[in-house]
Design a protein around this ligand. Structure first.
Ligand code: GDP
Length: 139
């Protein structure tokens, strides 16, 4: 059964380029309800923990360095079938492969700085949401 919660981050490059408001607006326009929201930074160690699933991949060090290079926005989003719906909405990992109108196509720079993160499973959506938010930080 599909869950109704996913987790997203707006990545440092998109924040640095001034896209934070536009991306949040597009998330809401897409019918996702914000259940929790936080503007914060990740340390390198926290980024390594968050992306531990990728630790064997060649880009792990670059990715975790990038994700700790500046502020991010973390959010829990609600929608029916949220994980898949959001992945469809943000587009392919590489912005150059993403469909027109998707968040990564509009606001991504390259395969690493691809504007936003989106959970890849219901299980990870729960784990990632709990990484950032306590129960009382959720509406
Ligand atoms: P996602 O589920 O679409 O975010 O993609 P993945 O789970 O495969 O990768 C996680 C994140 O790692 C992506 O969102 C990118 O920021 C980054 N990433 C993926 N592939 C590459 C790559 O080949 N090079 C670099 N530098 N970063 C990558």
């Amino acid at each position: 059964m599909s869950g109704n919660i996913t987790f997203t981050m707006i990545k440092p490059k998109a924040i640095a380029k001034g896209y934070m408001g536009k991306i949040i607006d597009q998330i809401i326009t897409g019918g996702f309800t914000i259940k929790a929201l936080k503007y914060t930074c990740l340390s390198k160690e926290e980024a390594m923990e968050f992306y531990a699933v990728h630790k064997e991949r060649p880009f792990y060090n670059d990715l975790t360095g990038f994700m700790s290079s500046g502020p991010i926005v973390a959010a829990i989003l609600e929608k029916e079938n949220a994980v898949q719906a959001y992945r469809d909405y943000i587009g392919a990992t590489n912005p150059s492969d993403a469909e027109e109108g998707t968040i990564r196509k509009l606001y991504g720079t390259d395969i690493q700085a691809n504007a936003v993160h989106g959970s890849d499973s219901d299980e990870n959506a729960v784990i990632e949401s709990s990484f950032y938010f306590s129960e009382r930080e959720r509406v």
